[in-house]
Design a protein around this ligand. Structure first.
Ligand SMILES: *[C@@H]1O[C@H](CO)[C@@H](O)[C@H](O)[C@H]1NC(C)=O
Ligand SMILES: *[C@@H]1O[C@H](CO)[C@@H](O)[C@H](O)[C@H]1NC(C)=O
Ligand SMILES: *[C@@H]1O[C@H](CO)[C@@H](O)[C@H](O)[C@H]1NC(C)=O
Ligand SMILES: *[C@@H]1O[C@H](CO)[C@@H](O)[C@H](O)[C@H]1NC(C)=O
Length: 414
């Protein structure tokens, strides 16, 4: 295995480190009354980091969300190809992540093969981790980052000293980074994550809206960072969406069947490989065991038996919509936004899908394209805060539903 030591330019970390070194050397210099500056160790040579140091500092000025609880920095980093591609392409993948899940990004981008708009939610205490990891991605995977635009969302409240944990970082060795394996690098980085930081209060719906609007294309998929598209999904979808029948299908939601896959399996190269894995129990519909209603309305049995072609076709329409249906889909970017009153877990994706359903959007399942979530999901005990978020959102849902009924002039039975 080849390890590369790279210079991860994370400004505050480096400036902090640099100032410690400079202070130390100037003290020594004073004491010894010598004027020759001590050369910096190799890993601290920041002269050649201008091209590497994509991430500088968060700008001081962002925009606030409607509830004035979050601050949003749109298009904080824009990959070198992003603008050009956004002029040429009609579809873009909008995705969201917390800093601890960023290692999925390279796989998502390379499988997808086109534009990616990424919204990241960050607490101040995670800024170091985020900056360092993002810079690592820019250094080691610049061709991947070229297709990506990154947006940042932070809680508006300012908590404590954001650099408090840097001092412990300083005393450790410079990171040894293995370019080829983002997951290993993330594991190393996670050691610096404060134990108290859970993915609590994540404004998922804000992130989805921000990522979607950051796409700038006609069609958008809204996905999660750990959901991986089948190979060359973007190319196939561009072809499909440009067809006359697709273009004329305005209020159409094209569902991407989503599976979960055994961690040890090899990512299926085709629908038939996926079906083989499924027959061996190594893949199954996403959330089938944890919460079957999540994807049930997709009707996987019809998908399995529909013709396998190279080009994307509509396999079948969704006929039995359910309230808890949460498909990943591609649609025109004019679908209703994700309602930002729902924060954290519960009622986040499905309420948006529900609104589409109530307002007359039709759902069609595509084949042979698919999405994969790594790991067979098991029912596990969820942390109490997650249940609290769910309960809070269930209460908020009552008003949300009343508003939908008024907005779309529906009768109360729905
Ligand atoms: C700067 O760093 C880049 C990437 O590590 C390297 O390819 C380049 O040769 C370096 N340039 C100089 C002047 O050292
Ligand atoms: C970036 O997008 C272009 C255009 O779709 C594609 O050709 C290229 O392979 C993409 N790069 C990566 C690393 O996926
Ligand atoms: C799936 O499709 C079959 C055949 O059309 C139908 O009998 C069944 O009710 C459908 N199930 C769901 C969940 O839509
Ligand atoms: C599936 O493909 C066969 C042969 O190409 C064709 O005859 C049949 O009509 C197709 N079925 C559907 C549902 O498209």
């Amino acid at each position: 295995m080849k390890y590369n030591v790279i210079k991860v330019c994370s400004k505050p970390w480096f400036l902090g480190l640099l100032s410690v070194i400079l202070l130390t050397t100037s003290n020594i210099t004073l004491l010894m009354k010598v004027n020759t500056p001590t050369p910096l160790p190799d890993y601290l040579d920041t002269h050649n980091t201008t091209t590497i140091c994509k991430y500088e500092d968060t700008p001081r000025v962002g925009r606030l969300d409607q509830n004035r609880q979050h601050i949003i920095f749109d298009s904080l980093f824009v990959g070198d190809n992003f603008w050009q591609l956004s002029q040429e392409k009609i579809v873009c993948l909008a995705t969201l992540s917390t800093p601890d899940k960023l290692h999925w990004l390279p796989q998502v981008v390379t499988h997808w093969g086109g534009l990616v708009s990424l919204a990241i939610y960050l607490k101040d205490s995670e800024e170091q981790l985020f900056k360092s990891y993002l810079n690592y991605l820019y250094v080691c995977h610049s061709e991947i980052m070229a297709n990506v635009s990154v947006h940042l969302i932070k809680p508006l409240v300012r908590h404590g000293d954001i650099y408090s944990r840097v001092s412990s970082y300083l005393s450790s060795e410079p990171p040894i980074i293995q370019c080829s394996n983002p997951t290993t690098v993330m594991k190393a980085f996670m050691k610096f994550r404060a134990k108290t930081v859970a993915n609590k209060g994540v404004p998922q719906n804000h992130m989805r809206n921000v990522a979607r609007k950051g796409c700038g294309t006609s069609y958008v998929i809204t996905s999660d960072i750990d959901v991986i598209p089948s190979k060359n999904a973007e190319g196939q979808l561009e072809t499909f969406l440009k067809r006359k029948e697709s273009r004329e299908c305005i209020k159409c939601v094209f569902v991407l069947p989503t599976f979960e896959l055994d961690d040890q399996a090899i990512f299926p190269k085709s629908k038939s490989e996926l079906l083989t894995l499924e027959s061996k129990g190594r893949a199954r519909p996403f959330h089938e065991k944890v919460f079957i209603h999540n994807q049930y309305a997709t009707n996987f049995s019809r998908w399995r038996s529909s013709n396998t072609t190279n080009d994307i076709v509509i396999s079948h329409p969704v006929t039995d919509f359910e309230f808890f249906y949460e498909p990943f889909y591609v649609s025109l970017d004019v679908v209703p936004p994700h309602d930002e009153r729902f924060i954290g877990y519960g009622f986040t994706r499905n309420t948006q899908v529900y609104e589409m359903f109530l307002s007359g959007w039709k759902f069609y399942v595509l084949s042979p394209i698919f999405l994969i979530h790594w790991g067979l999901q098991r029912r596990s005990t969820r942390p109490g805060w997650r249940e609290n978020e769910n309960t809070k959102n269930r209460i908020l849902f009552t008003n949300f539903k009343r508003e939908l009924i008024a907005r779309y002039k529906l009768d109360m039975k729905v």
